[in-house]
Design a protein around this ligand. Structure first.
Ligand code: HEC
Ligand code: HEC
Length: 213
C-alpha cells in the first residue's frame, strides 16, 4: 500500500513538473485566445476563420505562412484607416503579442516571412498594372482597391493602411499563391484563375504602390 502511495505521489509530482515546463507558453496562448474572443471574434469570427466581404481570415495557412509578427502586430496596433479594422493600440504590446501567439497555434506551414520580405522590390509599369488590376482584381478588391467599401469580397489593398505595412514580397507571394479556402485564389501557374507572369504581377504591385501616394 505504502509503495503504491509513493508511486502515485511521484507520478503527480512528475505531471506537475512537466506542466510547469509548458505553462509559460500555454499561459500566453490562453491569454491571447481570451483577448481574441473579447476583441476580435465579432468581426473575424470564432477561430478567426473570417467572414466573406466583412473581415478576412487570420488563421488561413498561407496568411500565417507569409505574414511576419511585425506586420500582424502593426496592423492590430494601427488598424486600417478607412476600413472596418479599428486600431487596438490601447491593448499594449504584450497583449497584442499574446493574440499573435494564439493565432500562430493555427499555423500549418513554416513561416517564410523573413525570406519573403527580403525579396527584391517590384519593378514594372503602373499603367499596365492598372489594366490588369481593373480587369481581374477590382471585381473583388474594388476600383482603386477600396475593398469591402466598394461591395467586393477582398480587402482594401489600395489603401495606405495595408500598403504601408506590406512588403512587395508579401504582396507578390499572396498574388502568386493565394489563400486557400478564401475567395483569393493564386494567380500564378497553370491551375491559377489567370496565369499572370512575374512581370505582370510586378506591374500590379507598382500600380498599387502609386495608389497610396
Ligand atoms: C474572387 C475574388 C478575388 C479576386 C479576383 C482577387 N482577390 Fe485578392 N483577396 C480576396 C480575398 C477574399 C482576400 C482576403 C482573404 C480572406 O478574406 O481571408 C484577398 C486578399 C488579397 C491580398 C492580401 C491583402 C491583405 O489584406 O492582407 C492581396 C495582396 C490580394 N488579395 C491581391 C489581389 C490581386 C493583385 C488580385 C488581382 C490579380 C486579386 N487579389 C484578385 C479576393 C480576391
Ligand atoms: C469591427 C470589425 C473588426 C474588429 C473588431 C477587428 N477587425 Fe481586424 N479587420 C477587420 C477588417 C474589415 C479587416 C480588413 C480591412 C481591409 O479591408 O484592409 C481587418 C483586417 C485585419 C488584419 C489584416 C489581415 C490580412 O489579411 O492582412 C489583421 C491582422 C486583423 N484584422 C487583426 C485583428 C485582431 C487581432 C482583432 C482583435 C484585437 C481585430 N482584427 C478586430 C475588421 C475588424
Amino acid at each position: 500500500m505504502m509503495y503504491r502511495k509513493i508511486a502515485i505521489t511521484g507520478l503527480l509530482a512528475l505531471m506537475a513538473y512537466s506542466n510547469c515546463a509548458i505553462s509559460g507558453e500555454s499561459r500566453t496562448v490562453k491569454a491571447g485566445k481570451k483577448l481574441y474572443n473579447q476583441n476580435c471574434t465579432f468581426c473575424h469570427q470564432a477561430d478567426a476563420i473570417g467572414k466573406v466581404g466583412f473581415a478576412p481570415s487570420l488563421t488561413n495557412e498561407e496568411f500565417l505562412g507569409t505574414a511576419s509578427d511585425k506586420f500582424i502586430m502593426g496592423t492590430i496596433r494601427d488598424g486600417r484607416p478607412g476600413t472596418g479594422m479599428p486600431p487596438f493600440a490601447h491593448l499594449g504590446r504584450k497583449q497584442v503579442k499574446s493574440i499573435i501567439a494564439y493565432l500562430r497555434t493555427f499555423s500549418k506551414l513554416p513561416n517564410r516571412s523573413a525570406a519573403i520580405n527580403a525579396q527584391p522590390r517590384a519593378y514594372g509599369n503602373a499603367r499596365l498594372g492598372k489594366l490588369w488590376f481593373d480587369d481581374i482584381c477590382s471585381t473583388c478588391h474594388g476600383v482603386n482597391g477600396d475593398g469591402y467599401a466598394a461591395g467586393g469580397t477582398g480587402t482594401a489593398i489600395g489603401k495606405a493602411g495595408f500598403l504601408n505595412k506590406a512588403s512587395d514580397g508579401f504582396i507578390r507571394e499572396t498574388i502568386k499563391k493565394g489563400r486557400s479556402n478564401t475567395r483569393m485564389l493564386g494567380f500564378s501557374g497553370p491551375t491559377a484563375l489567370a496565369n499572370l507572369t512575374d512581370r505582370e504581377i510586378d506591374d500590379i504591385i507598382v500600380y498599387l504602390r502609386q495608389l497610396a501616394k
